[in-house]
Design a protein around this ligand. Structure first.
Ligand SMILES: [Zn+2]
Length: 568
């Protein structure tokens, strides 16, 4: 029968325990000097070795052949404790035996001398789960403990422990096991088990296990079951972190501010039944890793991801500034909470990503939020343009400004020469360049010889424009056939009854085809085409807000602060 690695490789002596030498050394010392406490409290997250150390301690206080604080593991007592046949050692899971009666039984029994050992040892796991009555009963025993009794209490949640109990125990805090220590141990076990495992795979498992040896060995078990050679690829597959290219794709599209692409990614994931909550959480972690990679020298130690992902994270960390990464995490975390609270996941993700891809927005200002809806509409049409009424959509000096670092926005997938990437300060100083690269449409187009701004003028050549469109894009032609169009500034507004008009124009390639046809026929420079419905919302809102413009207020404030604003 196959024995789980965790059981098989459970440390038998203090020196086998990984990453807790501050505890094991103290315990060994107590045994050597005979200065034992009657109650110990082991605190630490799961899988850090609390129960393991408790058992070793139970052996060490009772083994007649104890050597330098370590149990011999050979004698009948050591073996009996390991196999659970010595009844003087009792393990209680407080999660399932939390009543006052359980502890009263224990108290009665504790009065009797041990049958085979020197000390009765009670190991109470998850001790914070005890009821109030049980705690009180336990406290009485701890206040006047029989000489022949040792208590070892273990908990993951020290803050749930009554102070009266805490003050009567010698406390040990177990640390999460460091990735390096853990990798070393995993490689050792693999070698002993004759399993081939790469160092990278061991490192990845350590990161995935997040400081819990039990989890690490359980991942190793799953890998062994799936295939003989343990590689990062196998680990990624077993742990479900493989095939997450969409995360890097999303980051790339955010850098380029390619809203159409972002919507497409969400749509693909949605169609493939990907849970939006999970997508959001993975994306948060991806940007958290970018943040880490920007901040520390050896980021891989702090990341949970596959090797491929690590490489792309490191590349992206050269492109995303720290404030940009934090802004993304911030927005996504709010979105995550919304989705958790029951908001429709797909829409929430779409909104979050579009918001993040929009350079004009600093979504944290409440008053700007209204304005967001308008700009989002613009972005949804896939073409970034000069606004129809206001001076322009200025490149606001917000955090999003820094999303695209100059060198990176063009080809984030391509490996970058570090020398080419300017330091963060320089990036921040060159927002214009970033904006240009991210949104080429913005700088084109002098105003199409426009009539009075905002006055809608019918486009008489619309039938010819549609004719021009026909060979290029029949789908759009079919939907736009029979419509009328008006010109507002550089924008074409399409009037028609087909319900798909807004959606079809929201796709960038479609809008581009219409614009190309329109510009070819009219010799004007239209930069945007939207449906009547979208136009009404857009124009209606900008009119109502013309009086007090929060964005303008923001810009004024920035200028007062000495920040130069470049209008496009
Ligand atoms: Zn022994």
């Amino acid at each position: 029968m196959y024995t789980a690695l965790y059981r098989k490789w459970r440390p038998q002596s203090f020196s086998d325990v990984i990453g807790q030498s501050h505890i094991t050394e103290t315990l060994k010392n107590e045994i050597i000097t005979g200065r034992l406490s009657h109650a110990y409290l082991f605190i630490g997250s799961r899988g850090t070795g609390k129960t393991t150390c408790a058992r070793i301690l139970a052996k060490a206080v009772n083994c007649p052949h104890v050597h330098e604080g370590e149990p011999c593991n050979e004698c009948e007592i050591c073996k009996g404790i390991d196999s659970g046949t010595i009844l003087d050692i009792t393990e209680i899971d407080a999660a399932s035996n939390n009543g006052v009666d359980n502890i009263r039984d224990l108290r009665e029994e504790a009065n009797f001398n041990p049958a085979q050992t020197k000390y009765r040892v009670y190991i109470i796991d998850e001790v914070h789960m005890l009821s109030q009555g049980a705690f009180n009963a336990l406290l009485k025993t701890l206040e006047e403990p029989p000489e022949h009794v040792k208590f070892i209490l273990a908990t993951t949640e020290a803050h749930k422990m009554p102070a009266t109990i805490l003050s009567r125990c010698q406390r040990f805090d177990f640390k999460r096991i460091g990735a390096e220590d853990m990798s070393e141990r995993l490689l050792y076990i693999a070698e002993q088990e004759n399993i081939s495992m790469t160092v990278e795979a061991a490192n990845l498992i350590s990161r995935l296990a997040d400081g819990a040896m039990r989890d690490a060995l359980s991942i190793m078990d799953q890998c062994i079951a799936a295939g003989k050679d343990i590689t990062t690829k196998l680990v990624s597959e077993v742990c479900g972190i493989a095939g997450r290219e969409y995360l890097a794709e999303t980051a790339g599209a955010l850098l380029k501010r390619d809203t159409a692409k972002l919507l497409q990614i969400v749509s693909n994931l949605h169609e493939n039944a990907c849970d939006m909550e999970r997508y959001c959480s993975e994306l948060i972690n991806f940007f958290r890793n970018i943040m880490v990679a920007r901040t520390v020298k050896q980021p891989e130690k702090l990341m949970i991801c596959s090797d491929e992902e690590l490489q792309s994270i490191c590349r992206f960390s050269e492109s995303f500034t720290l404030p940009a990464a934090i802004a993304v995490i911030d927005t996504l975390q709010k979105t995550y909470a919304e989705i958790k609270a029951g908001v429709q996941g797909r829409t929430a993700m779409e909104m979050a990503l579009i918001r993040l891809a929009s350079p004009e927005l600093d979504a944290r200002d409440e008053s700007v939020l209204k304005r967001l809806a308008q700009v989002e509409k613009e972005l949804k049409t896939g073409v970034k343009v000069q606004a129809t009424e206001e001076p322009a959509t200025p490149a606001a000096p917000g955090i999003n400004e820094e999303l695209a670092a100059p060198t990176a926005s063009a080809e984030p997938e391509a490996p970058q020469q570090p020398e080419e990437t300017p330091p963060p300060a320089e990036q921040a100083a060159a927002p214009e360049q970033a904006a240009e690269e991210a949104a080429p449409a913005e700088k084109e187009a002098p105003q199409a010889s426009a009539p009075a701004q905002n006055a809608a003028v019918p486009i008489r050549q619309w039938p010819e424009i549609l004719q021009e469109l026909f060979p290029k894009n029949r789908l759009v032609w079919t939907i736009l056939n029979g419509t009328n169009a008006k010109q507002v500034g550089n924008t074409i507004v399409v009037y028609g009854t087909h319900p798909s008009i807004p959606d079809v124009l929201a796709v960038k390639v479609n809008a581009d085809d219409v614009l190309e046809a329109a510009n070819a026929v009219t010799l004007l420079e239209f930069t945007k085409v939207i449906s009547q419905r979208d136009a009404e919302e857009l124009l209606g809102e900008s009119r109502s807000e013309a009086v007090e413009d929060p964005l303008q207020a923001f810009i004024d404030k920035a200028q007062q602060g000495g920040i130069t604003i470049d209008y496009k």
